[in-house]
Design a protein around this ligand. Sequence first.
Ligand code: NDP
Ligand code: MG
Length: 403
Amino acid sequence: MSGSDLSAVTSRRVTVLGSTGSIGVSTLEVIAHARETYGADAFPLEALTAQSSVEALAEQARRFKPKLAVIGDASRGEQLKNLLSGTGIETASGYDAIVEAASRPSDVVMVAIIGAASLEPALAAVKRGATIALANKECIVAAGDIFRRAVAEYGATLIPVDSEHNAAFQLLNFDETHAIERVTLTASGGPFRDWTSERMAAATPEQAVAHPNWSMGAKISVDSATLMNKGLELIEAHFLFSLEPEKLAVLVHPQSIVHCLVTYTDGSTLAHLSAPDMRTPIAHALAWPRRMSSPSRRLDLAMLNKLTFEAADARRFPCLGLAQDCLRTGGLAPTILNAANEVAVQAFLGRRIGFLDIARVVEDTLSARASNGSGVPRDVEGVLDADRQARDLAGAICRRVAA
Ligand code: NDP
Ligand code: MG
């Protein structure tokens, strides 16, 4: 592979898990752009999957022509089959069919499902040694070492898509890991960056999902508003890059232009900059180790005029501190943190609990599980078991808070 010939990149067969979500749609935009730029046969698709957006999935399948389209909600399987009849595209339904889609032969699997539901399909792709373009952070937070060990054992390749981690992946010198002093992930601060706790107590789901810089799915938007997203990302960085918790830091940067800073022992700090547009890390992950064209927005620093940075306020955003504690504790603490947070965010989006209750539910779930002994997971079953128990407990705490 050399020069401008990208055929070895564009011939990669791709599976997109969670194709109807924010990252999934951006991935298909990058692929559409590649087909316009490099030829109509660029990035042939093996499978597209969604949970319940059956019409959007069928429309994507008609346009992008994967071999297989899968809808997670089994009650919509018949509808998907009817919508795609006569196209020659195979259809399937149910969670197991999503896992099966991930295990079918493809070169790159974009993991863009939301939440820990991505764990089993992601592991299925890992087990056949695929390249995993990992947008989803919850699976690596929940399964940490087990996920990392599986990647090594099966010879899979993990390319982070989460913007800060994709930036770190580009900045880190993996031959000089001894010289990495600090990796700083930036956070926009979310829509409530300058709100008081009193004002946040009355925040609505609409206000919480109105992110100032990024257009994302509802769950990660709420995580950005609580700063749990940055906490999950610290844990994600720890597992992705084998970095000790003390070497990981957070800096609030409201413009979301600098995504990560890596400081080396000689005092050099390298920064990665791009417009806040996920199509940049997605294109990087699909083409790695080469570079290809992406339709993403370009930076205009003269127009931006200035970039600002400030410390994160863990007092007003307690979810960040909870995640940092779990990072230091290790074992099943990140699994429990993630599960409790998923349940609490759903309860907030369903208007059953208030915005500040999210941290309360997570903290109470962690305390209750800690007194039962949180332990270290031995295998995936151990992770899934702890995840289920934490969800049950967090659900009960949500009901108590709501009463
Ligand atoms: P969305 O909510 O927009 O999309 C989620 C996708 O997963 C949809 O295709 C959805 O299908 C599908 N899905 C939902 N629940 C399930 C389930 N239980 N089983 C299988 N599939 C399911 O999420 P985002 O695209 O915002 O985020 C995806 C992941 O990427 C998250 O882990 C997030 O943290 C991470 N990420 C996202 C960024 C962003 O900019 N959005 C940035 C960095 C990381 P349906 O449409 O049918 O519901
Ligand atoms: Mg991120």
